[in-house]
Write a protein that binds this ligand. Structure first.
Ligand code: DSN
Length: 432
């Protein structure tokens, strides 16, 4: 049963089979630069498509509200143990359906409605669940936002503004300080956050949704043991199934578990939890360290190529898997929305993104966010990333000429043909 091949199991539903086959072809033949995406191993896909999707398992291993949970217990215990071992954490909860669920559950565990939380503003690189007014988080808690330092010509600006964070912490006396970003290309050191949290008597949560795989692979500093609670997603740089997880010390374990279930969610997705277990084991292998380091090198190569093409990079470059591009230096008329759309037509998949202090709306934007995690998995290296940067610039320069777009699309397809994430005939492969 390989749902990614839309094979015999779906023969009775040709409509869905055809859609899945088309999506597989799209992933194979176009460049995937969305910073929050990756290509899982076939083992992760197989676990996600398993019969555990049939099982109701409300509760936790050994404490379920339904019978028949012997194997759900086994797989969830395995996933918890593997997550805890991978990150060196005393306790892991692997039930959050997503990073958003993990964050909401962490707030539920650590603070009360109406409490003050310090977190990064969405348009500065934060996440919706860091207190955006359109998110339940912004409606439930009193969020106060910090941002990044002003842009500087030498690229030294647009870093998390720790002075602002400290000043706000002193004046607002938050119950919780949140570190973590969704569009930020530099390393986040957890230690200054801890120091500031300790100074004002706040708890400290680190949202590692993006760098989780870089942390697991040793390419970025770990917040585990420094932050009170660490949330993360399993599907970005960590390369597992779509989902979330929470790590914490024993002192917060009961509150975190109670917040996830019954506080926030119902039945856990045990098939996804099985796939998380697979991914945690894959990320513990020595090869994953090399993968994490290559992700960072590839993002740097892409960044260099884009600078040569005349783009300005937010924060002057990258130290992780992301490159945040300010399109205005390249072409003041070009919006993120228009760029994303023409790149899509050329087979380069990415997302528009606001840059710090963006004069354009979140729907239009002046920026693009690019990521190297997926194509690194497919086997691309620095040379290919430089090629991708040049192709991207060619499309954006020639965006009003359909022939340019078509020519680039053909070159993209040829490049992707050499780096197939799911090469046929290797069904038993378990990627390391
Ligand atoms: N996790 C976000 C991203 O980085 O794409 C979406 O919520």
């Amino acid at each position: 049963m390989n749902t990614y091949d839309a094979d015999d199991a779906l023969a009775g539903d040709p409509e869905v089979a055809a859609i899945l086959a088309s999506e597989l072809e799209r992933q194979r033949s176009t460049v995937q630069l969305i910073a929050s995406e990756n290509f899982t191993s076939r083992a992760v896909l197989a676990a996600t498509a398993s019969v555990l999707t049939n099982k109701y398992s409300e509760g936790y291993p050994g404490r379920r509200y339904y019978g028949g949970n012997a194997f759900a217990d086994e797989v969830e215990s395995l996933a918890r143990d593997r997550a805890a071992a991978l990150f060196g954490a005393p306790h892991a909860n692997v039930q959050p359906h997503s990073g958003a669920s993990a964050n909401v559950a962490a707030y539920l565990a650590l603070v009360e409605p109406g409490d003050t939380i310090l977190a990064m503003r969405l348009d500065q690189g934060g996440h919706l669940t860091h207190g955006s007014p359109v998110s339940i988080t912004g409606k439930t808690y009193r969020f106060v936002s910090y941002g990044v330092t002003p842009a500087a010509d030498d690229g030294s600006g647009e870093r998390i503004d720790l002075d602002q964070l400290r000043d706000l912490a002193r004046s607002e006396r938050p119950r919780l300080i949140v570190a973590g970003t969704t569009a930020y290309s530099r390393v986040i050191d957890p230690r200054p956050f801890r120091e500031i949290a300790d100074e004002v008597g706040a708890l400290f949560m680190f949202d590692a949704a993006h760098p989780a795989g870089l942390i697991a692979g040793g390419a970025h500093p770990s917040p585990v043991g420094i932050a009170d609670v660490v949330t993360f997603t399993t599907h970005k740089t960590l390369r597992g199934p779509r989902g979330g997880a929470i790590l914490c010390g024993e002192e917060h374990a009961r509150a975190v578990d109670a917040a996830v279930f019954p506080g926030l969610q119902g039945g856990p997705l045990e098939h996804v939890i099985a796939a998380k277990a697979v991914a945690f084991a894959e990320a513990a292998r020595p090869e994953f360290k090399e993968y994490a380091a290559q992700v960072v090198r590839n993002a740097a190569a892409l960044a260099d190529a884009l600078v040569e093409e005349g783009f300005r990079l937010v924060a002057g470059g990258t130290e992780n898997h992301q490159v945040i591009v300010d399109l205005r230096a390249f072409d003041p008329e070009l919006t993120g929305k228009a760029a994303q759309e023409v790149l899509d037509r050329a087979g380069i998949t990415c997302n528009r993104n606001q840059i710090p202090d963006d004069p354009r709306s979140p729907f239009v934007t002046s920026g693009l966010r690019l990521g190297s995690a997926a194509e690194t998995t497919a086997g691309m290296g620095e040379q290919e990333m430089r090629e991708v940067g040049a192709l991207l610039a060619r499309v954006l320069r020639g965006r009003s000429d359909d022939e340019v777009v078509e020519r680039v699309r053909a070159e993209v397809a040829a490049l992707c043909g050499r780096f197939d994430p799911y090469p046929p005939g290797r069904a038993s492969e378990s990627r390391s």
